[in-house]
Design a protein. Structure first.
Length: 466
């Protein structure tokens, strides 16, 4: 008779608190849907380009499962390490980092290598049958990992980016001169960053004020008549379109005005997404709470909140919801608001000009009908829109600006986007919704893809509006 083994199954060896904290990793049932070879499908870009299973959602979930099991054997609870480490622990973290550089083994480094390859595009969340959320458990892992090891300078720069850009916008020539100069590029590369974008030289508040757009406050909106409130919307700023593509934000306001609406501008506060991506979860929670409190006060006035960049806007539905629950504000994508604004307006019997769209991969996989909403909007403007099948552009926010990941970022772009942009990019009909996607095409192919809002602005000016 074979004796019954007393060893618990691997997941049962993990402490309940850790299982609860990393449940989105442990939920992986090994179905392998992420082992997708289709270059024009969003999930999973790092797996597609490396063909290394460690760089797939299934591989990363498996590594985290083993990491949690090993920590449980040592009596360590990683779920307790999501706060910012105290400066008093700096010598200890520096010592551990030095020992790691000298080759001291730690399974955490293997997990970290796999997490570093993740673009945090969230395609796994939308396409995995069991909704394995790699960016979520990746952020929690990084928070725990950097409770023991020092963060690289790159992480600090990225996490401060949203706070620094509004200040830099007052001296755009100085900022652009530094990031474009040889010494400036060398300094940034030494900190782990490359291909730094330039500021437009415009600041959102004064630029929009010239169009008559006022700063939104609960009191100001509260003084509106019911009719004015019904024709109002609040534009929610994000650091990237606000300071690197300011004219796009201006165009959104112009389109709203052309449709008879009154745009307002929400005061700028950091969204916090870079903090989440780098695993600074405590700092993210504080930034999200401050921003959400301001936006929620505006939301209660009954005026819709509208974001511009898909990745930043969808943060309010995912990371904010996880951190704040019902306190998270409801922020619409521009096409979602446009569909509401255009409700009841006649659609031309015959569609004229044709355009093509490459949606942001987070938007394509996590926002349901977002791509089809753009088709409906363009139809009201008398234009035909084709949504092209495509994978990831490889930029994914700040991922493609990290020196150690730039090569991988460009290889991901070559798999799907490069052929599409080469075929249609110079015809002036190809658009992209993601700021990072447009940046990547400009960096690699020197082609400036338009956002759908920019095309709608041109259609309105040409008299093609509804």
């Amino acid at each position: 008779m074979i004796p019954r083994l007393s060893i618990a199954p691997p997941d049962r060896q993990i402490e309940p608190a850790a299982r609860a904290a990393f449940g989105d990793a442990l939920s992986c049932n090994g179905n392998g849907a992420c082992f997708n070879f289709d270059a024009d499908d969003a999930m999973c870009p790092s797996w597609k380009v490396t063909r290394d299973r460690r760089h797939s959602p299934k591989g990363r979930a498996g590594l985290v499962r083993e990491w949690l099991r090993l920590l449980a054997r040592q009596g360590v609870d990683p779920s307790a390490g999501h706060g910012e480490p105290s400066w008093l622990t700096l010598p200890r973290r520096a010592w551990h980092s030095l020992r790691a550089r000298c080759g001291e083994p730690d399974f955490s480094h293997e997990v970290k290598a796999a997490m570093d390859g993740c673009l945090a595009c969230k395609s796994c969340v939308g396409q995995c049958p069991v909704k394995v959320d790699v960016p979520a458990f990746r952020a929690r892992f990084l928070a725990a990992y950097h409770g023991r090891y020092l963060r690289p300078p790159r992480d600090w720069l990225l996490s401060l980016l949203e706070s620094l850009l509004p200040v830099a916008a007052y001296v755009p020539a100085l900022y652009n001169g530094v990031v474009s100069s040889g010494p400036g590029r060398m300094l940034l590369r030494s900190c782990g960053l490359v291909a730094t974008p330039r500021l437009t030289g415009l600041r959102p508040e004064p630029s929009l004020a010239r169009l008559g757009v006022k700063t939104a406050t609960p009191d100001a909106i509260g003084r509106l008549s019911p009719e004015e409130r019904g024709r109002s919307l609040v534009l929610v700023q994000d650091a990237f379109t606000g300071y690197f593509e300011t004219r796009l934000l201006i165009d959104l306001a112009r389109v709203a005005q052309a449709l008879g609406y009154i745009p307002w501008l929400a005061p700028y506060k950091p969204n916090g997404k870079p903090l989440h991506v780098t695993g600074r979860l405590a700092a993210f929670a504080r930034a999200a709470a401050r921003n959400a409190a301001m936006l929620k006060a505006l939301e209660t006035s009954g005026v819709p909140l509208v974001g511009l960049d898909p990745s930043m806007t969808l943060t309010y539905r995912s990371e904010y919801r996880s951190a704040l629950g019902e306190a998270a504000p409801q922020v619409l994508l521009p096409q979602e608001w446009l569909l509401r604004a255009l409700a009841g307006r006649a659609r031309p019997a015959r569609l004229g000009r044709e355009f093509q769209l490459l949606p942001h991969c987070t938007e394509r996989t996590n926002a349901g009908s977002a791509a089809d909403d753009w088709k409906s909007v363009f139809a009201v403007f008398g234009a035909r829109l084709d949504i092209l099948p495509s994978g990831c552009c490889g930029m994914a926010g700040t991922y493609g600006h990290e020196a150690t990941k730039r090569d991988l970022s460009e290889r991901i772009y070559q798999m799907s986007w490069a052929p599409i942009v080469a075929r249609a990019g110079r015809q002036g009909r190809l658009m992209a919704t993601g700021y990072s996607c447009r940046s990547q095409a400009k960096l690699i192919d020197a082609i400036e893809l338009k956002h759908p809002i920019q095309v709608l602005t041109a259609l309105v000016e040409a008299g093609s509006g509804p």
